[in-house]
Design a protein around this ligand. Structure first.
Ligand code: CA
Length: 234
């Protein structure tokens, strides 16, 4: 890799910061680290990293405040690092413009996959933005122009709302979309269609997945939202 990406690690727990640093440097990323939220904002301004890993529980200012500050002037991809069972915090971060989140404790491959995905999105290299009119993952094929969805050679029929939801998830493949974001995109800003969304998603899964209880294409992020898989092992 000739053009190494620079990643800013904002994490006050030394063990975790060291763990992340080691993984990233051994995978050819450049890193800068800080334990402080205030310094994170300064470093983001001075170094303009390609990606920021942001712990939400910081000693000086809250990670959410750092995120708000950064999003006022920057679209640098931000992956929030959060403790388990803090779903509300994750949802808030995503709705404030975080690109993704990762839950502690996490493993090496998960961290690297999330980083690659966020970098790819920010560089506009994903499947959906390459100008292609056809989206594919695993056996799933969506032809945006003809509005046809297929699994293998078999065409699957969806209601207009179901189709809109699938299209939305595929346009953001690999990224978790919050319930609020999906509802706003599909039904507009003034509705609360949480229950309807759930019903639609159940119907989509029934049509799409071989085993809806173990989905391969659309994952539930408990308490947060849904994510379309980037890769499917067939
Ligand atoms: Ca912390």
């Amino acid at each position: 890799m000739t053009n190494k990406s620079l990643i800013l690690i904002v994490e006050d727990e030394e063990a975790i910061s060291n763990f992340i640093s080691t993984i990233l440097t051994s995978n050819d990323y450049h890193i800068i680290t800080t334990k402080s939220g205030k310094e994170a904002v300064l470093l983001a301004t001075s170094h303009v990293p390609d990606l920021i890993l942001l712990d939400l529980g910081l000693p000086d200012i809250d990670g959410i405040e750092v995120l708000k500050n950064l999003r006022q002037w920057s679209s640098i991809p931000i992956i929030v690092v959060s403790a388990r069972a803090y779903e509300i915090e994750k949802v808030e971060a995503l709705d404030l413009g975080a690109d993704d989140y990762i839950t502690k404790p996490f493993g090496t491959s998960e961290l690297l996959a999330r980083i690659r995905n966020a970098l790819r999105h920010s560089q506009g290299n994903d499947n959906s933005r390459s100008g292609s009119q056809v989206f594919t993952v695993g056996e799933l094929k969506i032809d945006y122009e003809k509005r046809i969805v297929k699994i293998g050679e078999k065409e699957i029929h969806f209601t207009p709302i179901e189709y809109k939801i699938i299209m939305l998830l595929s346009k953001h493949v690999g990224k978790v979309l919050t319930h609020a974001f999906i509802m706003k995109e599909i039904w507009g800003p003034y509705t609360n269609e949480n229950q309807t969304l759930r019903v639609n998603m159940a119907n989509i899964r029934r049509k799409l997945e071989t085993n809806p209880a173990e989905p391969k294409y659309i994952f539930t992020e408990v308490g947060v939202g849904y994510r379309m898989a980037e890769k499917v092992i067939l």
